[in-house]
Design a protein around this ligand. Structure first.
Ligand SMILES: Cc1cc2nc3c(=O)[nH]c(=O)nc-3n(C[C@H](O)[C@H](O)[C@H](O)COP(=O)(O)OP(=O)(O)OC[C@H]3O[C@@H](n4cnc5c(N)ncnc54)[C@H](O)[C@@H]3O)c2cc1C
Length: 488
């Protein structure tokens, strides 16, 4: 087995799905060397997620990537469990849902990450790993035979039921799938569009884009059949039983069954092994939240892990990944679970749907759900202080340091203490940039993490200094953690 040093990396990312690719780019911006392995020899062509929500668009825009998707279709109308929900009025430069095929997201992120220097080995499968406390040693099976790769950290971005979780001994909790939906992408047939149409026997959804019709059908009470590919005849039969229509003459391009499992890792980090995306949380792909949740995991983790493996941030900063993202995952899974009940329940959920439809008319209810689904209402516990922006995402800021993944102190032009704040931040100049910009809701200055989160705003220089050392380690020197011994 080959284990040459050329195979080694600061971070080994397992899985070149959207989450692994975004993470790889973020790690590179943070200065870590990165190797990404994916068992597939080429990117999947399956049509999976296609919805990008407002906060994810903001994150892509922070890195200057949003323009690489052309002019995607924008739909202001979303839904919650099939009940109409306006996503077009959330406060964002990117309100509503953006229709971008997952394959396009993966293509752009792969170009961006490899352009930034990440190595990407397709056709390489992780088969084993060992975390000896000082490093992780991974066994990889590739076209040239088995390989050994050593890294300071390994991140499992290997999707639902990924092997990293089981190999590294992660535990998962939550219900297994109790119901399933069939889905087929078809050509050569005309099916009227329908959004979440509830029939006596089940739920039917159909939409046609670019000549391809996607149908989804659930028969109330139907238990999962145990196969991700039920075959087109089973889908057509279920469609007929629910709608009375015959779609058997259509040409199936892709057939798939998915369940309503809701499983989440009980922690996102064990030693030098971490999980992100679907590898950390499994959920029904309803409302397009799974992809968005995973991309936001990657954005949160990338800069922290890069700083940690490069000895530039204390371990407690890396631990905030779990502290910040696991509760967001749990909340999103609960939201998806509630939607699954509303969507896949039979007549027994009709009263609940009627009550919720009334509640959605109240002024606060729809914005609350839209805030959760768009990802905009997430607030991380980043420290003391009562500024309303603390822990919240900044709106898109066109500042070069943010595009290149640095933390930045932004001071409003012409304010009295701007020089004092800049002088304070100067001691962290290797980790924190300074720039002038006005940010909504900020009077004087704001400190922003590389993932676009506010960690200090409008307080005094003492509090600024505390925030800088808390998040970026001691002033003027690289912070080297004890547990990095022997892995340089
Ligand atoms: C069939 C299917 C249909 C979906 N449909 C929708 C949808 O309609 N709407 C929606 O919002 N979401 C949908 N999703 C969910 C969405 O695609 C995921 O949330 C998203 O892909 C998660 O990204 P990820 O990077 O975490 O994982 P994935 O995209 O699953 O990527 C994981 C990668 O890891 C690789 N890998 C796995 N094991 C190994 C190993 N041992 N060694 C090396 N590489 C490995 C895989 O080849 C894969 O490329 C669907 C998912 C699937 C699987």
């Amino acid at each position: 087995m080959s284990g040459k040093p050329g195979n080694d990396a600061d971070v080994l990312v397992v899985g070149a799905g959207p989450v692994g690719l975004l993470l790889a780019g973020e790690l590179r911006l943070g200065g870590a060397s990165v190797l990404v392995v994916d068992r597939l020899p080429s990117p999947t062509t399956e049509s999976r997620a296609s919805t990008v929500h407002a906060r994810t668009m903001e994150l892509l825009a922070l890195r200057g990537l949003s323009g690489r998707f052309g002019t995607p279709e924008n739909l202001p109308k979303g839904h919650f469990g099939g009940l109409p929900l306006d996503l077009g009025r959330v406060r964002s430069r990117y309100p509503g849902q953006w229709k971008i095929p997952q394959a396009a997201i993966e293509r752009v992120l792969a170009e961006w990450a490899t352009g930034a220097g990440a190595r990407l080995w397709r056709g390489h499968e992780l088969t084993g790993l060992r975390d000896d406390g000082d490093r992780v040693e991974a066994r990889i099976s590739g076209p040239g035979g088995p390989l050994r790769v050593r890294a300071k950290a390994l991140v499992g971005c290997d999707g639902e039921n990924g092997v990293v979780g089981s190999l590294a001994g992660f535990e998962f909790t939550g219900p297994a799938a109790g119901r399933e939906i069939f889905r087929a992408d078809l050509t050569g047939i005309t099916v009227p569009d329908r959004r979440f149409e509830r029939h006596e026997r089940g739920l039917a959804i159909a939409s046609t884009r670019d000549g391809i019709t996607r149908v989804m059908v659930h028969e109330y009470g139907r238990k999962p059949g145990g196969s991700a590919d039920p075959g087109f005849p089973a889908v057509a039969a279920a469609w007929r039983r629910v709608t009375g229509e015959d779609i058997g003459g259509g040409e199936p391009l892709w057939v798939n069954a998915f369940g309503d499992a809701r499983r989440q890792a009980t922690r996102y980090r064990r030693g030098r092994v971490l999980l992100a995306g679907d590898a950390a949380h499994q959920q029904m792909p309803v409302g397009g939240q799974a992809l968005n949740l995973g991309l936001q995991d990657a954005m949160n983790l990338g800069w922290k892990l890069a700083a940690w493996v490069r000895g530039r941030a204390p371990e407690r900063v890396l631990d905030t990944y779990d502290r910040e993202r696991r509760p967001v995952g749990a909340r999103t899974l609960a939201n998806i679970g509630a939607q699954a009940m509303l969507l896949l329940g039979g007549s027994e959920v009709d009263p609940l749907r009627a009550v919720l439809a009334e509640l959605l008319e109240l002024p606060g209810t729809a914005p609350l759900l839209a805030g959760a689904i768009s990802g905009l209402d997430v607030r991380y516990p980043v420290g003391d202080g009562d500024h309303p922006l603390l822990g919240r995402p900044v709106p898109v800021v066109d500042a070069e340091p943010i595009r290149s993944g640095r933390a930045v102190l932004l001071s409003a032009p012409g304010t009295a203490r701007a020089d004092v704040f800049r002088a304070t931040a100067a001691s962290w100049a290797d980790r924190v940039a300074t720039a002038e910009a006005r940010v909504d809701g900020v009077d004087e200055a704001v400190l922003i993490r590389p993932d676009g989160r506010v960690i200090w705003a409008d307080e005094g220089p003492v509090e600024l200094e505390q925030a800088l050392s808390h998040w970026f380690g001691p002033a003027g020197a690289n912070h080297t953690e004890r547990n990095h011994r022997g892995v340089r």
